[in-house]
Ligand binder design. Structure first.
Ligand code: NAD
Length: 467
């Protein structure tokens, strides 16, 4: 199949394209069209034209349109899941591609049904004051390669629901499933309301500085987020930045290692650890440290990793060489610094970017594998002995996306979790998100929130009306 840019409701083939490869096999999945500067201009111009009518549609019409998009995705879920596995590597089953498509449909429907009603702030003989929310205009969306379709829906649907139009640019590592999903959505949306362009990173930079884009929603690394913020500054764009994380999980002395091992494992290794809000530093109390390590190894050994197309696998490869090299470097550094590999390390060297599930004990803050976001199948396990200072220790990291506390005493765990400097705090689980609850980072993990009514508000400006 020829993958095309989607501009003004039409497929647009480019003269230039790049190969997209399957990270399990190295085989070519398809070709990504490389948008030229004029294609970006055409996409933004189409979105700007469409805004004039889309922003005037009734709430009911836009809700129905978002549900129609959900219907389309649902009807093509298996096709999209196969394409996603081919280009991203994640398995079809488990918490892989079919799960991601299910989430995409669910988020689309819940967001379609959200509503931001005008508020009356005052109604007295002195006057009436109303708060109204208006769409911002053309929204530029830039997405990463870990959850390409789910994150695309997180950007697109709240923007459309509130009356904006969109130009989306997927990651060059995983562009094909997004181009196809946008093509399908265009079968039920008016032309120009949702446009997709693909190409190199420079295309993202051109979007962030484009004068006719009023808001950028960006999900990716903190380093790139800073660049988006800088290039958006001259045109004072609104921003939502969902950036990197290095979430801590704290296991208290009264936790039951065997009972929590599966939850801790999947909190860390969901999508092979390539999840923004994955558990990336596990702090375990000295009194149960060895038992926790033993139970994690025992559980990890039951999880099959391999080609995502094979239905039996629950984890696939690392998505790309850059990330594979980073994971390898962090593990090598940890071993050199005295880390003890409980399982994993030593990748076989291909084919495919398979890095084994890796658990490392006897590591400390200050080692790269703890301080840096690994974004791969590696979990450093850190020993601690003082429960009264562990939250403060966990907070000594620039990131602030998520965090968790594990204990048999839920009230105590909740209190400690609330002391973590992060946007989402979990008790006895990690990384669970849902479309009706706001999600976002603090500190260097981002600006703004997604999901729920709070997320919807990010796509609007306030107009206060005094009568
Ligand atoms: P990345 O920052 O390398 O790339 C993200 C996107 O930015 C890609 O589409 C890329 O083409 C584009 N881009 C690159 N340079 C650009 C520039 N100068 N201007 C504009 N756009 C540019 O991130 P990645 O490696 O694709 O994703 C992994 C990172 O994303 C991790 O740090 C992870 O934690 C983070 N992430 C965060 C969330 C969240 O919700 N907070 C969710 C998923 C991933």
């Amino acid at each position: 199949m020829d993958y095309a840019l989607i501009i003004d409701g039409k497929r647009h083939l480019t003269s230039d394209s790049s190969e997209v490869r399957n990270p399990s096999t190295g085989g070519v999945v398809g070709r990504m069209p490389n948008a030229q500067p004029q294609d970006l201009e055409n996409a933004v111009a189409a979105a700007k034209r469409a805004f004039a009518t889309w922003s005037q549609k009734s709430d009911e019409e836009r809700r129905a349109a978002c549900h129609a998009v959900a219907d389309k995705i649902e009807a093509h879920a298996e096709e999209l899941a196969q394409l996603l596995t081919a280009e991203q590597g994640k398995p079809l089953g488990g918490m892989g591609s079919r799960f991601e498509l299910g989430g995409t449909v669910a988020w689309t429907r819940v967001t379609a049904d959200l509503e931001l009603k005008p508020e009356v702030l005052q109604d007295t003989p002195e006057g009436r004051v109303e708060l109204h929310r208006k769409p911002v205009g053309v929204v530029g969306s830039i997405t990463p390669w870990n959850w390409p379709l789910l994150i695309a829906s997180w950007h697109i649907i709240p923007a459309l629901r509130t009356g904006n139009t969109v130009v989306i640019k997927p990651s060059p590592y995983t562009p094909l499933s997004t181009l196809r999903m946008v093509e399908l959505a265009n079968e039920v949306l008016p032309p120009g309301v949702l446009n997709a362009i693909s190409g190199p990173d420079s295309l993202g930079a051109a979007m962030s500085s484009h004068p006719d884009i009023s808001k950028m929603v960006f999900t990716g690394s903190t380093a790139t987020g800073r660049k988006v913020m800088a290039s958006a500054a001259p045109t004072l764009k609104k921003l939502t930045l969902e950036l990197g994380g290095n979430d801590a999980g704290i296991v208290l002395p009264d936790a039951d290692p065997k009972a929590i091992a599966p939850g801790v494992f999947w909190g860390a290794f969901n999508n092979n650890g390539q999840t923004c809000a994955a558990l990336k530093r596990l702090y375990v109390h000295d009194s149960i440290y060895d038992e926790m390590c033993k139970e994690l190894v025992a559980f990890a050994k039951t999880v099959p990793m391999g080609d995502g197309m094979d239905e039996k696998n629950q984890l696939g490869p690392v998505q790309n060489k850059m990330q594979y090299d980073k994971v390898s470097a962090l593990v090598d550094d940890a071993v050199k610094s005295g880390g003890r590999v409980l399982m994993g390390g030593n990748p076989s060297g291909g084919p495919g970017y398979f890095y084994p599930i890796t658990l490392i004990a006897d590591v400390k803050d200050g080692m790269r594998v703890v301080d840096e976001e690994q974004f791969g199948p590696v979990l450093p396990i850190i020993r601690y002995s003082d429960t009264s200072t562990i939250v403060e220790q966990a907070n000594r990291n620039p990131n602030g996306l998520g965090g968790s506390v594990w204990s048999s005493d839920v009230a105590k765990a909740k209190k400690l979790a609330q002391g973590l400097e992060c946007g989402s705090a979990w008790v006895n689980k990690h990384g669970a998100i849902q479309p009706n609850a706001p999600f976002g980072g603090v500190k260097q993990s981002g600006l703004g929130v997604e999901f729920g009514a709070e997320g919807l508000k990010e796509y609007t400006t306030i107009q206060t009306v005094f009568v």
